[in-house]
Design a protein around this ligand. Sequence first.
Ligand SMILES: Nc1ncnc2c1ncn2[C@@H]1O[C@H](COP(=O)(O)OP(=O)(O)OP(=O)(O)O)[C@@H](O)[C@H]1O
Ligand SMILES: [Mg+2]
Length: 413
Amino acid sequence: MGILVWLWNFALEMFFRSKLIVGLDIGSHTIKLAKLRRYRSGRVELVAFETDKLPPETIVDGRIFNFDAVVKCIRGLARKVGVEGADCAISISDHSVIIKKINIPKMTMEELEGCIEWEAEQYIPFDIKDINVDVQILNPDAGQDTMDVLLVAGKKDIVRDYKSVAEEAGLRPVVVDADTFACQNAFWLNYGFPLNEVVALVNVGDSEINISVVSNSITVFTRNISMGGSFLTEEIMKGLNVSWEDAEKHKTEGDDTLSSSAVFREVQKISGCVSETLVTEIRHSLDFFAATTINADISRIYLSGGAAQMSAFIRAMERRLIVPVELINPWRNIVIDLCRFDMCQLERMSPLATVAVGLAMRFNGDRKAKESGVRINLAHQERNARRSRRPWRFHRLPWSVSLWRYRLTLAKD
Ligand SMILES: Nc1ncnc2c1ncn2[C@@H]1O[C@H](COP(=O)(O)OP(=O)(O)OP(=O)(O)O)[C@@H](O)[C@H]1O
Ligand SMILES: [Mg+2]
């Protein structure tokens, strides 16, 4: 019987092997690895999901300080899941990413890619040599002669660091995404983006909060706040005079172990104050969005990220934002084999899993395959490979030459 099941699984793997790659979310508190399988019917199945915590101060403000700890953690996860040497999608924290929505003259993706670095210089406040840029055409019909484009730039040294830890751990990072877009892709897989509805996705990690607002499946606003669950850990450390490890325990296990003690009440009090501060920051961002956008009525806020589990935080969000708030369920549309996975355990981990699930929906070359969702790749591999095959190239023009003239010149030639 066992051999038959094994043969059946093997046949499935051979015939329906999807191109999806491993999703690796290198968070500053926890590293998560997810592997999904997509069947031809579109059904998506969970193959593996594992997490491991990093020691404190390993990654600070999106910058890796302890490379060995990160490599060891990723290598351990890859071994546990059996994906050593596999292609993977990673994401860099939104600390190191600049996201702009720009409106430019209509052109093909090929043309856009040819001139995007020159175009990016006008919008990104960094030297073009120090950033990796990618683009996605959002709305080809934004105007008669124009289109909306999502322009994303990631700091080159950060991309290199994140890629190098994955490589050293034995994986092949072929896609470099940003946390915000990975969240959007996980949301799209599980909920779809309802037409004529504006939803906000808020990912509350350890060191940052990523906010994105999506309207009619188009990203209309993104914002990053440099604050997260570590703020609560630090406040508990100060308030109770305890170590980082103990503060983490009070934070995550308090309900079960300390419910009647004075310590529990103190943790609850601190958690309430920290939640108010986080919600105030989120509210400022959403108020700014509302003040600068037409049709900005957000119908629902979806939360993800480990720190979104703080019950005081969810209550404060609902009270202060007066919009329905719910935690994203990243397993909602994913088939899970209950013989292989403990559903209670997966549900407990679900707020942490969103970014990894979004990354696990990526595959090498998906930008060209016109897949739904945001398909940004800051790895530069695809674009450079295509360029090197071309016998010709668009050359960079002086900044003063407008894109219109650039196109006209080409047309005259
Ligand atoms: N049950 C819980 N209650 C409250 N906080 C929790 C709980 N479980 C985890 N956390 C907190 O969630 C945070 C980790 O969440 P997550 O894994 O989403 O962050 P990360 O991806 O590592 O960080 P970042 O995205 O900011 O780099 C930590 O601050 C952790 O203490
Ligand atoms: Mg994170």
